[in-house]
Design a protein around this ligand. Structure first.
Ligand SMILES: O=c1ccn([C@H]2C[C@H](O)[C@@H](COP(=O)(O)OP(=O)(O)OP(=O)(O)O)O2)c(=O)[nH]1
Length: 148
């Protein structure tokens, strides 16, 4: 297990009384995050659900926002932009963009776990323009070129 990093969390007024993001088990990769508002999602509807907190991630890291599989399988509730990215320099409220892909309305209840946050190291890169790329066995093949 890698050493933990520390992420500063600022609780916003409407996040009062809510649990902080937390790992549900010793080896969980993601910290469960709860909704800071109640909202009903009609089938096909999407909403940026408030979490009631803002964070400051150390430079060189991001936090990925990922769906919870139980909500996805049982109710068709997922994160529309998965995996969402929280940038290290973002200081606004963390929001979870949920969409209801199920066929029934779904009520998000304040305090309910709606997603998980996965901290991850960031590899930055520079794109260097060239006239020719090196040759490979795959070449231009892609998008199913090797079969179904
Ligand atoms: O699920 C998400 C995704 C993003 N964000 C916040 C944090 C992130 O740092 C910021 C910008 O996200 P992103 O870069 O994905 O959005 P964009 O559409 O490129 O917006 P911007 O022009 O503000 O960068 O929005 C969230 O709170 N939840």
């Amino acid at each position: 297990m890698r050493p933990e990093i520390e992420i500063a969390l600022l609780r916003l007024p409407h996040g009062d009384g809510l649990p902080l993001p937390a790992y549900a088990s010793d080896h969980a990769a993601g910290l469960d995050v709860v909704a800071a508002e109640s909202v009903t999602l009609a089938p096909g509807a999407r909403h940026a659900v408030a979490t009631g907190f803002a964070i400051a991630i150390p430079e060189g890291y991001e936090v990925q926002v990922r769906p919870r599989s139980g909500l996805a399988l049982k109710h068709g509730i997922t994160c529309l932009n998965t995996p969402g990215t929280i940038d290290a320099d973002y200081r606004g409220e963390v929001k979870i963009i949920l969409i209801n892909l199920g066929d029934a309305p779904f009520e998000v209840v304040r305090g309910e776990r709606i997603a998980q946050l996965v901290p991850a190291p960031v590899q930055r890169a520079r794109f260097a323009e060239v006239d020719l790329l090196d040759e490979t066995a795959r070449g231009l093949g892609g998008f199913g070129s090797t079969g179904r």
